[in-house]
Design a protein around this ligand. Structure first.
Ligand code: 13P
Ligand code: SF4
Length: 329
């Protein structure tokens, strides 16, 4: 990852400038829960991958400024091709997307012609085009349950989400060996030490976590699901095993409760900040709205091919409200 050069913007009231440009450009600002608090606070909508996809498909704004990572902005462009979609930093990728090069995925599919490809949305547009149905962490369970047990399935690129679904539903999906570097960094030893200090506090984990973390969780679900769990749980303290910027939403909505980020091996959770999400800043959002760059462009045949598996997701997930999701184990 290389940072983009930034011109000197000191002296500018970035928040006011972004507000002005949002109106001028008829733009909507969409943000994921892993974004810096200042970006979440000025977004028109903050959500998980499924909710953000739905918002992008529905919006009548002329510009979508996407504060998230590239596969999320690509999804917005695939679903809303007539909009200008800008991503504040084009280097904001994802380790899961990187783990799954399209040509290798294509060869894997060709080696298993009787399998359908159920693919996590954290992948490239090319991999979406090679897939049958896309899932997010909040729609995976609903969608998998609509596929007969007898149907062989390839699941990629996240082997932890796929493994979790296999265990929960007794499936034997073939798993692509990708992982999220952020969720991989949680330490079981440190988590158990933290749990011993807060014995009554439940643990909520994202299904991208490895089994040695998920197995200790009282709740497993998408970012929106974890947020919903925080709102409905009994108790006043929650241990959160996902990217810690989501805690901003929890503390805003639930100021009387305590939220503790699950630790990495060094005993704190700084290693669990997503380095890709962190590339987006107020400065870069301002420049993206001002210059309408960096802009997502996707060739039409590729977009149409990828849209099929995304449309299938939206259709099969139509009963998913974006927060019931994977639920308690
Ligand atoms: P959600 O869909 O649960 O928000 O997950 C997105 C993601 O990238 C998690 O690492
Ligand atoms: Fe990708 Fe992990 Fe960052 Fe989510 S947290 S965007 S899966 S690297």
């Amino acid at each position: 990852m290389t940072a983009q050069p930034i011109e000197n913007l000191s002296g500018l009231d970035l928040r006011a400038e972004i507000e002005r440009l949002r109106k001028e450009r008829k733009a909507v600002i969409l943000a994921h829960y892993y974004q810096k608090p200042e970006l979440q606070d000025l977004a028109d909508f903050v959500g998980d991958s499924l909710e953000l996809s739905r918002k992008a498909a529905e919006t009548d704004a002329e510009v979508i400024a996407f504060c998230g990572v590239k596969f999320m902005a690509d999804t917005a462009k695939i679903l809303s091709p007539d909009k200008i979609v800008v991503l504040p930093d084009m280097e904001a990728g994802c380790s899961l997307e990187d783990s799954c090069p399209p040509e290798k995925f294509k060869a894997f599919r060709e080696a298993h012609p009787d399998h359908i490809a159920l693919t996590y949305i954290n992948c490239s547009t090319e991999v979406k085009a090679l897939s049958d149905v896309i899932v997010t962490s909040s729609s995976a369970e609903t969608i998998l349950q609509q596929i007969p047990d007898s149907q062989p399935i390839i699941f990629g690129p996240d082997r932890h989400l796929g493994g979790y679904l296999n265990r929960k539903f007794g499936r034997d999906m073939l798993l692509w060996p990708g992982v999220c570097i952020v969720h991989e960094a949680f330490s079981e030893t440190e988590l158990l030490k933290l749990k011993a200090q807060h014995p009554g506090a439940p643990i909520a984990a994202h299904p991208e976590c490895p089994p040695h973390i998920v197995d200790h969780a009282d709740y497993v679900g998408s970012t929106s699901g974890i947020l919903q769990y925080a709102k409905t749980m009994e108790g006043d303290t929650l241990i959160v095993a996902t990217e810690p910027h989501i805690i901003h939403q929890m503390e805003t909505a639930l100021p009387s409760k305590t939220f503790i980020g699950a630790p990495g091996a060094d005993g704190n959770c700084n290693c669990n900040i997503c380095p890709y999400m962190a590339l987006n800043t107020m400065e870069k959002l301002y420049l993206a709205l001002r210059d309408l760059e960096p802009r997502i462009e996707i060739e039409e045949p590729l977009r149409l091919a990828a849209k099929k598996s995304l449309d299938k997701m939206l259709e099969m997930a139509s009963g998913t409200i974006g927060k019931g999701d994977l639920g308690a184990r």
